[in-house]
Every structure is written in structure tokens, then in C-alpha cells.
Design a protein around this ligand. Structure first.
Ligand code: SAH
Length: 376
């Protein structure tokens, strides 16, 4: 499948042509030739329209073949994958730079942070065409993985039509893969810290990834992990190496088995609670019980809840439409659904609630994860 990786491959294989060099026939570098390129599988969630909007302004003629989701199940309908043939009379270097930029734009992969050096790459490869492209905003935003601040800077620089290269911040740029889950957990840790909490509980702690981050923070004097799954707790115990912790740390942390839909005295007297990617695992008919257990009985000062934002699912190229992100999810909510649920809780149980996106925010569908922060 043609994805961002293809851009890397392109620069490996066609490196010299991409940079406009040809030692054998230097005179041919800038000469337009009748060329055509076939991309055997490319994703385009924006359908034919997006493919045409990207390539036609650059003079290409397109032949598009859209693939079925599964050729043994034609009734499942069409996928968002295409075989695309692009034809143009154009210098090879131009063709390659167009593909270098536009394939990642179609791929629209957003699971990684991008570094500021990506601005430079984009401006270098987009030289001479990107500033005139009618879709330059979309191209820039998607190429820079929806990091609006980077995209804004790139567009400003495009306008100035020069490539800044030696600013300090450009130099320290690097690609830092930080998974969505890591982003979520580090944010929750930081917010619990900022809340001033000392006694914290991770409700539905799973294998203890958040607990491990919390354990490193001296501010937290009591850390409790609770999960309904015995197996997850066993794994958490192993991962955290509870048996090998110094006594002082071992006294700070405890794991217990329990269900969030049953009132539990062990959950009282905590300052802060995290409920990370858990509610969507509860049966909707048990949500009311969960609300009372957490917000009426346990009543921590701060409660942080995260859950998928279902609107964002259309951005996962491999997720068939209408499907949830995990088979164990009982529901996934839009931002409006989550916010109205959370506001209901705040009113009923005397909390205030604020919301924030987690992960790269998309202008249309929001961020992949939504977070509600309850305080009383
Ligand atoms: N918070 C963890 C795990 C998320 S997966 C993390 O972010 O990595 C969801 C977890 O919720 C699973 O570990 C599952 O066992 C737990 N869970 C599901 N229903 C539960 C319930 N009723 N009470 C407590 N935990 C529950």
C-alpha cells in the first residue's frame, strides 16, 4: 500500500532524480517527458474528489479504479482504496516531488508527532508548485499531521517563498513517536499532579501503565489500582515488579480486584481518580451504577475520564465504517454525547466539568480521544 513509507522509499530509490541531479544526462533533468505512474493501492477517504483535487491542478490526467472492501463479499461495498494512474508531460523530478508530498497527504496517518524539520522537507519538495496549489492548506495540514501550529508556520513561509533553515528550533526538530495511549497517560499523570492530589486511584487500571507513571511521582503517597480482571491485575503486578520495589514504594501502591458498578468502601478518601478508556467497556445499562459508585460514593475531588471520540473513527483508514475501535467496546460516543453525559453527572453530583481533546485534533472530527475533567 502506498503510504508515508513510500515517500521514504522514493527518496532512497530516486534520490538523485528527486533532487534534480542526473550525472549521465544532466540536460534531461528539467525536460518535460510524457510520464505515467501507477500507484497500485492508495487510500483516499475523500474519494475520487480528493484525488482529483490534489493531482489535477498539477496537470495530471487520472485513471481511478476504486476497490471493493472485500472481493469475496461484493455486498460489503466499496473501500476507500484506489489504484491510481497519473499521466502528465512533466520532468521526472517534478513527478517525484509531487508523489513525495501527496502520498502522505492521502495516507493521512496521524499517530505520530511530527518534528519541525517536516516543515523544511515540505517546503523544499513543494517548491515551485505548492504555493500555487488551490489545496495548499489541506496539503500542508495533512502533511504536517494536523499540527495546526506547524501548518500555520509552513503556510506563512510558503507565502514568503523562502526556506528558513538555521533557526535553533528547526535544528532540534526530530520525529518523536508518542503513541496516543502514551499521550493520554502522560497527560493524565500531569493533570493529577497539577490538581495537587496525593492519594490517587486508577479505576480500571488494566495492566498498570498509568500506575507505573504515577509511582515515579513522589507527590502521590497512596496509589491504588483497581480492575475487574484478575488476569490484568496479575500482569500489572509483574510489570510494576511490585515484589522488587523498595519497601517505601511498595507501601505506596496497592492493587485490588473489584467492579466499578458496585459500591466499594475501599474507593473512598481519594483526592484524584483516573478512569481511562474504561466507560466504553461498561454495558450502557450499568452506567448509572458506575456514576453513583464513582461520583456519589467514592467522590474524589478530581475525576479524569477518557473515552474514544467516535467522530474521529473515519480517520482510521483501516477501520471499516460503523465499527468500533475494539471488539469489547459497548459504545463509542460523539463529543456531544460524551459532553451531555458528563454535564448530567456534574449537575447531579455537584461537580464542575471541563473537556479537552487528546491526540492531534482534526478540524472537522476533533481529536481521537476525549477527556472530561470533573472537580468539586
Ligand atoms: N485504564 C487502562 C485499561 C483500559 S482497558 C489503560 O488505559 O491502559 C479497560 C479496562 O477496564 C480493562 O482492564 C477492563 O478489565 C476494565 N474494566 C472493564 N469493566 C470494568 C468494571 N466493571 N470494573 C472495573 N474495571 C473494569
Amino acid at each position: 500500500m502506498a503510504s508515508s513509507f513510500l515517500s521514504v522509499a522514493l527518496s532512497e530509490v530516486f534520490g538523485s532524480a528527486l533532487n534534480g541531479r542526473c550525472s549521465a544526462r544532466p540536460e534531461l533533468v528539467g525536460v518535460p517527458l510524457p510520464l505515467s505512474a501507477t500507484l497500485s493501492v492508495v487510500p483516499s477517504r475523500g474519494g475520487d474528489r480528493l484525488l482529483r483535487a490534489l493531482f489535477e491542478p498539477l496537470g495530471y490526467t487520472l485513471t481511478l479504479v476504486r476497490h471493493e472492501l472485500d472481493d469475496t463479499h461484493p455486498e460489503w461495498g466499496m473501500s476507500s482504496y484506489y489504484t491510481v494512474t497519473l499521466s502528465n508531460v512533466i520532468p521526472l523530478q517534478k513527478l517525484l516531488t509531487h508523489l513525495y508530498v501527496l502520498i502522505p497527504v492521502l495516507d493521512d496517518e496521524k499517530h505520530y508527532w511530527v518534528g519541525k524539520d517536516e516543515i523544511e522537507k515540505l517546503l523544499a519538495k513543494g517548491k515551485g508548485w505548492l504555493d500555487m496549489h488551490p489545496e495548499k492548506e489541506l496539503i500542508t495540514l495533512r502533511y504536517l499531521k494536523h499540527r495546526h501550529s506547524l501548518a500555520r508556520r509552513a503556510l506563512e513561509q510558503l507565502q514568503e517563498d523562502e526556506v528558513s533553515s538555521n533557526e535553533d528550533e528547526e535544528l532540534e526538530a526530530k520525529e518523536e513517536p508518542l503513541t496516543l495511549h502514551e499521550q493520554r497517560l502522560t497527560l493524565v499523570r500531569d493533570m493529577l499532579k497539577d490538581s495537587g492530589a496525593r492519594k490517587v486511584v486508577d479505576l480500571g487500571c488494566g495492566e498498570g501503565k498509568l500506575l507505573r507513571l504515577l509511582l515515579r511521582e513522589k507527590q502521590f503517597t497512596t496509589i491504588l489500582g483497581m480492575d475487574v480482571s484478575y488476569q490484568s491485575l496479575e500482569r500489572a503486578k509483574e510489570r510494576l515488579r511490585i515484589d522488587q520495589l523498595r519497601e517505601k514504594d511498595r507501601e505506596r501502591i496497592k492493587l485490588i480486584q473489584g467492579s466499578l458498578t458496585y459500591r466499594d468502601e475501599r474507593l473512598s478518601e481519594f483526592d484524584g481518580a483516573a478512569v481511562i478508556e474504561v466507560i466504553e467497556h461498561l454495558d450502557p445499562s450499568r452506567l448509572a451504577a458506575f456514576e453513583r459508585v464513582v461520583f456519589e460514593c467514592a467522590r474524589p475531588l478530581t475525576v479524569i475520564v477518557t473515552t474514544p471520540n467516535v467522530e474521529y473513527n473515519v480517520r482510521y483508514a483501516t477501520l471499516p465504517s460503523g465499527k468500533f475501535r475494539h471488539k469489547d467496546h459497548r459504545f463509542e460516543w460523539t463529543r456531544a454525547q460524551f459532553e451531555s453525559w458528563a454535564q448530567g453527572i456534574a449537575v447531579r453530583f455537584g461537580y464542575s466539568v471541563t473537556f479537552r481533546p487528546v491526540g492531534d485534533e482534526d478540524t472537522e472530527v476533533g481529536a481521537p480521544t476525549q477527556m472530561g475533567v470533573f472537580q468539586r
